[in-house]
Design a protein around this ligand. Sequence first.
Ligand code: KIV
Length: 295
Amino acid sequence: MSPNSPSNTGSSPYSTLPPASPPATRKPVSLPRLLEMHARGEKITMLTAYDATFAAVADTAGVETILVGDSLGMVCQGLHSTVGVTLETMRYHVESVVRGVRRVQGTAWIIGDLPFGSYQASKEQALRSATVLLQAGAHMVKLEGGGWTAETARFLVERGIPVCGHLGLTPQTVHALGGYRVQGREDKDAATLKRHALELQDAGATLLVLEMVPATLSAEITRALSHCATIGIGAGVDTSGQVLVLHDMLGMNLGKMPKFVHNFMADAGSVLGAMQTYVQAVKQRRFPDNAVNAW
Ligand code: KIV
């Protein structure tokens, strides 16, 4: 029997996933559905996950999109930045997440992060790397940065690969940015950011993470995009949806907690409860609170 086959030896003391798949009751999340939510103003929820169990719990909590983020370099591998994460590592974690979601007959839309050095060299390199993550089971890939990335995004989208952009604070270029700091505060930078967002939309990107940008700017960009939904992190409440890094929202950050993060575990009795509270808070626009979390 392959290690991936269901076991016939009874229930394992280690498994936190259900032994048999319950019947599907929800429809799989699709790109048209995410864009329809953006158009209707229904908030999209996203969390990062890196393994089967957390992915299964996130899906069960009703999180619509799971990002297998290269933040795993920090939270799983103990690196100081995402720069050292490899494509092979991303493939491993995407496969684990996909398995977890499938085990609960989940419906989440799964995004695989293209790591640093796996898409910058050429559009062809990006296609090869995206293929690895899609073959691992991801539905979409994410790439960081504006300007040159639009042509790469177009190349992938034309070949049937859904693309999520990532603007604002782009952790893979933290050295060039001079640290993890808010982006787009100056008028000139804000205009560039907005132009890059429109270029990515024009290239066919259908989701766009906006990280650590002023709330007014992310609201303006969100309004300007008709067929690309924005997902904010430290970008205020007026984006199409929100994302948080799993370990942060569970209060597992032993360093300085970014001010835009909320510890959803503090009042929850379980990880499932914390994720359900997050989903409700995002849907009801109670998280983030612009008065507390925005720049
Ligand atoms: O890698 C990641 O987890 C991310 C999110 C912070 C958006 O890119």
